[in-house]
Design a protein around this ligand. Sequence first.
Ligand code: GAR
Length: 221
Amino acid sequence: MSRRRIAILISGRGSNMTSLIEAASAPDFPGEIALVLSNRPDAGGLARAQEAGIPTRAIDHRTHLTRESFEQALDQALTENAIDFICLAGFMRVLTPWFVERWAGKMINIHPSLLPLFRGTHTHQRAINEGVLVHGCTVHFVVPELDAGPIVAQAVVPIIPGDTEETLSARVLAQEHVVYPQALRMICDGRARLENGQVVFAEGWDASGVLRSPSSGPLPF
Ligand code: GAR
C-alpha cells in the first residue's frame, strides 16, 4: 500500500500531533505527515510542527462568517496539499455533515474517554464524579454524530483514589500518545479497515496494539 499523505488538524498545544509526527518519522511508517492545519493561528502545536519541518497552515474560523465557508477553506487546503487522510488531534471545532461525509472513512479522531461513555467535554471530571474505576481514550473514525463512530483502538487507565482532573488527564494523555500512532499505523498498513461501518482487523492482529491497560500490561488474549 502506498504511503498515505496525512493531515493533522489541531486547535491547541498539539501533544498528540507531536506523537504522530514522531511515529511517522520512522522509515517503515506507512504514511507521512504532509500538513498540520489549525483553526487557531496561535495554537502552540503550529510552532512544534514547523520545528519538525512539517508544512503548516492556519485557517482562522473567526474570519469566516459561516461554518460552511470555514470548512470549504479547510477542504481546499487539504486538496491543494493532496491529503488523503485526516487525523483530528485536539481539533475543537464541530464539523458539519458535509465535511464529514466528504472525508468519510478517511478521518479519525482521538477522544479522551472510553466511548461511548462521556462524549463531549470535561470527560475526566465527569468520570471522577460518576465513580467509575476505569477511564481512558478512544481512537475512532469520524461520523456526523459527535464523538461517535467505528472504534479503532482504546486505552484503559485506572482511576486512583484522590485523582483530580489534572492527574487523571495526564494519565490518559500518556496513553493517547501511545495508542493514536498505533491506530494510525494499523489503518495505513491495512491491518484495520472500515467495512460496512465497522472496523475490521486483519488476521493476526495483536490485541496489545489496540487495547492497552498500563497497570497490567497488554491484556492476556
Ligand atoms: C487531547 O486530550 C484529546 O484527546 C482531546 O483534546 C486534547 C488535545 O491535546 N480531544 C478532544 O477532547 C476532542 N473531543 P493535545 O493538543 O495536546 O493533543
